[in-house]
Design a protein around this ligand. Sequence first.
Ligand SMILES: [Zn+2]
Length: 114
Amino acid sequence: MHELPVTESILDITLRHAKTHNATKVTDIYLVIGDWSSIIDDSVQFHWDILSDGTIAKGANLHFERIPVELFCLDCSQTYTPTDRELICPKCDGVRVKVMKGDEFNIDSIEIET
Ligand SMILES: [Zn+2]
């Protein structure tokens, strides 16, 4: 899937952050992943172990926080979490929805040692 470029960008951001703060080691990285982002934790971890080898981020712990999907119905303004991948609004059966949460992929925080 697309975990490789994603992992490369996590490493890139991490190393830049570490350099800015004169870090000697990166210990922890906290990631926020929406349930619909299609990112697989194990795959990120796999690429991470290879890519971070030889950098100060080697051995850093990756923490994954999953964010449930939240949809907003444009017809009745109901906010809800869909079951499976069913988009239909439970209140009015509407299908015009907006994804509020759940497709994001972010770095929440990075912990370093200086
Ligand atoms: Zn609705």
